[in-house]
Design a binder for this molecule. Structure first.
Ligand code: SF4
Length: 695
């Protein structure tokens, strides 16, 4: 059974425990009440600066999740098509034996890992431990959901500023909310925007959907899905041609302004109107507003600007707009939240070969001095099916349900079925877990200790400990599992920590903190360092903000942000458009769920029991569809049945379908082909489809 640190055992005896919610990735502060070893109540933590006492419906449903009768409680092995309970010892022995066989027969490169976000948001510790495990084993093939989630923005901002920056709407006078619906995806941001609005901030929403916040905006702009880069470049055109940019800031801190100014000349408002369906007058109006009301910031949706064939350029363009208006390192603009000083889990050895996709997308693998060290997951299904560049025979997938969450589900299923050996670690028996040979029960956030050092991603230099409050069945934290597997494989030398607390203490060492100190002296967390405003440095090759990116130029990529049509679009592929005359945008977040997770929770199911495809009344009339009627939606890849919701809140000619629903899996319609030429992200926000009444 799991080896627990002594300190965690004592914490679990107390009545009120301060921890951090992980029902989604935000990490709101949560007060947990314990009686006789059972959690009786959870509440929002009032002193936590992110959520200030509020929990969203997901957070409020934490106990339904943790105590769900559907939880996996023990390791399981599939024998003759049936699941049988086994001990952890047996599971670890079997996995270690299989990995040894794969290494001996196929070579270490034929083993891969893939991780999602749900189980694994332990700061950077778990992904780093997994990578360490793979490298010692000899495989370069670590994959994660970041092949299509969030890393695009990190890389774009690093290319531009040399470091990550984040929007600061709390202190802004002009907020652009671009392709984001925080009511569903980032509830705490809604209060930040409302507070800024009360202080007089202008508010512009750019989204093909008329979201609840769009209805409150001063201006709501609905561009054609897939045309964001064009709109961003059109805004730059107006700001530069009308001399509205911040000349002092541009002269002192940016590199490549002349090339940018020349480049955006071709994106006049009139040209951009044709590409985006946004009127030239509106483009001028919002450009002038954004450039003249300061401080201003653009808040991007989690992935809506990223999952495009030019996603990297979208985020580059956002960063550049911040820069040419001087809204960098000022309160209310883009800011840099300091991170705690920590030890990094280093890679003591390197595999001989490169990860799949590393050659093709080197910037995705690592940029400047930062090595992410992952292959591009979108290449994995094809690799599994074709055996090229070499076969992958065994995988461990943790906290991820690729059968529903990776694009092109049919292909993903065929690909995973080719594996000789698949282990899935999760909290529930998912569609992907059902394909596995071994399923491992993962601890929820209330059953494991983690360091929450990632609030700087949300602009808050907050640090706290997520605490193990209870044990459940034989569930293990993902971090504990990798420690144990490392030891089982004989890698003690590289996995010297006896338990999770020791790993966290090692990471915390430079900060002077320990697990004990964090839980006893700072149970609610603390502000690690104040945010430093004022320009400091930009560790790019030019030591300035790179409007023109030399790193991209050296890779043969466009050094300036560009627009090109999505792989499927009315203007870029007119022949296909004749056959599939509607634009499909996928993956809009729903408040009740996070990707495929939380689907077992009764209170959340009651709030939202089924998926629907949003269409405009005009589109509904054209296809003779009524509200709540079943329809077939089809792309080149497949078709699904889904109920339609007829609403004025979406552009005519556009269909929006959420992801994560097994009964209407939108990823049967999407394409996993890497679309972004720099980082290999897929195009999921602007595809072509058709719809018809279900006969
Ligand atoms: Fe938990 Fe909701 Fe906060 Fe996400 S937004 S961390 S689910 S309370």
């Amino acid at each position: 059974m799991p080896e627990e640190g002594e300190h965690m055992k004592s914490i679990a005896q107390k009545g009120l425990i301060k921890t951090s919610c992980l029902m989604c990735s935000l990490g709101c502060g949560m007060d947990v009440y314990l009686e006789d070893g059972r959690i009786t109540k959870v509440e929002g933590m009032k002193e936590h600066p992110l959520n200030r006492g509020i929990l969203c419906p997901k957070g409020e449903a934490a106990l339904e999740y943790v105590y769900s009768p559907d939880r996996l409680k023990y390791p399981l092995i599939k024998k003759n098509g049936n699941w049988q309970r086994i001990s952890w010892e047996e599971a670890l022995d079997t996995i270690a034996d299989k990995l040894t066989t794969i290494k001996e027969t196929e070579g270490a490169r034929s083993f891969a890992t893939a991780i999602g976000m749900s189980v694994l948001l332990s700061g950077s510790i778990t992904p780093a431990l997994i990578r360490r495990f793979c490298y010692i084993y000899g495989s370069p093939n670590c994959f994660s959901v970041e092949s299509m989630c969030y890393r695009c923005r990190i890389i774009s901002y690093m290319l531009t500023f040399g470091r990550f920056r984040v929007a600061d709407p709390r202190n802004s006078k002009c907020i652009f909310l671009w392709a984001s619906n925080p009511m569903n995806s980032f509830p705490t941001l809604v209060e930040d925007i409302h507070q800024a609005r009360k202080k007089g901030a202008k508010f512009i929403v750019i989204d093909p959907r008329r979201t609840p916040l769009a209805k409150e905006a001063d201006i709501h702009v609905q561009p054609r899905p897939g045309s964001d880069s064009a709109l961003l470049l059109g805004l730059m055109n107006v700001i530069i041609s009308e001399g509205l940019y911040d000349k002092d800031f541009v002269n002192q801190w940016t590199f490549g302004f002349d090339q940018l100014a020349e480049h955006v000349k071709s994106y006049s408002p009139a040209e951009v109107e044709k590409l985006t369906w946004v009127s030239a007058d509106t483009i001028r109006e919002i450009a002038r507003l954004y450039a003249t009301v300061k401080p201003a910031c653009i808040v991007q949706g989690t992935n809506a600007l990223d999952q495009h064939s030019y996603g990297l350029q979208n985020s580059r363009a956002v960063a550049i707009l911040q820069a040419i208006t001087g809204n960098v390192d000022v309160a209310g603009g883009f800011i840099r939240a300091p991170r705690l000083r920590e030890n990094i889990i280093e890679m003591p050895v390197r595999p001989e070969e490169k990860a799949i996709g590393q050659d093709r997308y080197p910037i995705f693998f690592g940029i400047l001095k930062r090595e992410f060290g992952e292959g591009q997951t979108m290449l994995l299904p094809e690799t599994l099916l074709s055996g090229k560049p070499y076969p992958i025979k065994g995988m461990i997938i943790a906290g991820s349900n690729p059968l529903l969450t990776w694009p092109n589900s049919k292909k993903v299923e065929q690909a995973l079925k080719k594996l000789d050996f698949l282990v899935v670690m999760d909290q529930f028996m998912s569609q992907t877990a059902n394909l596995a040979d071994i399923v491992l029960p993962a601890a929820t956030f209330l059953e494991k200790t983690e360091l929450c050092d990632y609030y700087s991603l949300w602009g808050l230099p907050w640090v706290m400990l997520r605490k193990k409050v209870i044990s459940y069945g034989e569930c293990l934290s993902d971090l504990e599992f990798w420690l144990k597997l490392g030891k089982k494989m004989g890698y003690e030398e590289y996995f010297p920590w006896r338990n999770v607390e020791q790993v966290i203490d090692y990471v915390l060492e430079p900060s002077g903190l320990t697990v004990k100190k964090l839980s006893e002296e700072k149970p609610s967390g603390f502000m690690s360092d104040p945010i430093q405003y004022g320009v400091t440095d930009f560790p790019t090759p030019s030591k300035k903000i790179e409007l023109y990116s030399e790193v991209l130029a050296k890779q043969g990529q466009s050094p300036l942000p560009i627009f090109h049509e999505p792989p499927e679009s009315p203007l870029g592929s007119p022949e296909l458009f004749k056959e599939y005359p509607l634009i499909l945008t996928t993956g809009a977040r729903q408040l009740e769920f996070i990707h495929t997770q939380l689907r077992h929770i009764p209170s959340l199911k009651k709030r939202l029991s089924e998926p629907f495809a949003e269409i405009n009344p005009k589109t509904a009339r054209e296809y003779d569809l009524s509200d709540s009627e079943m329809a077939m939606v089809e792309t080149k890849r497949g078709r699904i049945e889904i109920k339609v919701k007829v609403t004025e809140d979406i552009l005519p000619g556009v269909i929006s379908i959420p992801h994560g629903w097994a009964q209407a899996n939108v990823n049967l319609l999407t394409d996993e082909t890497p679309a972004d030429p720099v980082i290999g992200y897929p195009s999921l926000k602007a595809l072509l489809c058709r719809i018809e009444k279900k006969s």
